[in-house]
Write a protein that binds this ligand. Sequence first.
Ligand SMILES: Nc1ncnc2c1ncn2[C@@H]1O[C@H](COP(=O)(O)OP(=O)(O)OP(=O)(O)O)[C@@H](O)[C@H]1O
Length: 239
Amino acid sequence: MADTILSIENLSKKYQGKVALNSTNLKIKNGEFVALVGQSGGGKSTLLRLIAGLEPMTSGTISQNNQLIHGINSNTRVMFQDDRLLPWKTVRENITFKKPKNSETAEVVNQLLERVELQGFADAYPASLSGGQRQRVALARALFVNPEILLLDEPLGALDALTRSKMQKLILDLWQERKMTVILVTHDVHEATKMANRIYVVKNNKIEATFENPLAYPRTDATCTNLSTTILNKIIDQD
Ligand SMILES: Nc1ncnc2c1ncn2[C@@H]1O[C@H](COP(=O)(O)OP(=O)(O)OP(=O)(O)O)[C@@H](O)[C@H]1O
């Protein structure tokens, strides 16, 4: 639990000479659930994409388990706001994409579908599913490869309040069951304080503030309010 899983040093990213992330340092321990919050354009998604290796960094280093990350980081999986399911593939095929089909694989998929409450949907096509169901398929697809770090880029942003709240609980339960590390990007400060044990405010293309979250799980709206307000004030603070 106490081991550093991810170590980021002096990480910078520029797009056509314009800074998206500026000399950022970050250390995350194995099994933590951290959140990145902050104003639009601050660099949150850029940081997540660099950790996933979806884009090259301009300078700096990212190490996972003391191994430098170059190119696609196969020990991570990203879940985005849009589910990115392939419409011509069934739920099962979307989850097992690129994997050989055998009975063991089928059993893993069945267990995952049961865990995200989609048993019986293995042969359905994405078009026949609701937005919440599609995001649960996307979650199952991300978990299928057992990533060490699950990267969540505003995955609940398009869901209605009730579905969102259920998904928050499902993700927290899965985090605790699977002992994985989770990094969540969200616009919703309250969501961050309900889910994460540490919250980073990303502002002006760097991490401007860090808030430890001592609240015990399960958290309620009431117990999170004070910390949410403190973080919100830091985000809107004009300095
Ligand atoms: N592919 C790209 N090409 C050019 N500029 C980009 C690209 N991706 C991001 N940027 C720029 O980098 C900066 C950081 O963007 P990023 O998406 O990381 O911010 P963010 O904090 O995730 O914002 P949001 O909360 O709106 O998603 C912004 O100024 C953005 O315009």
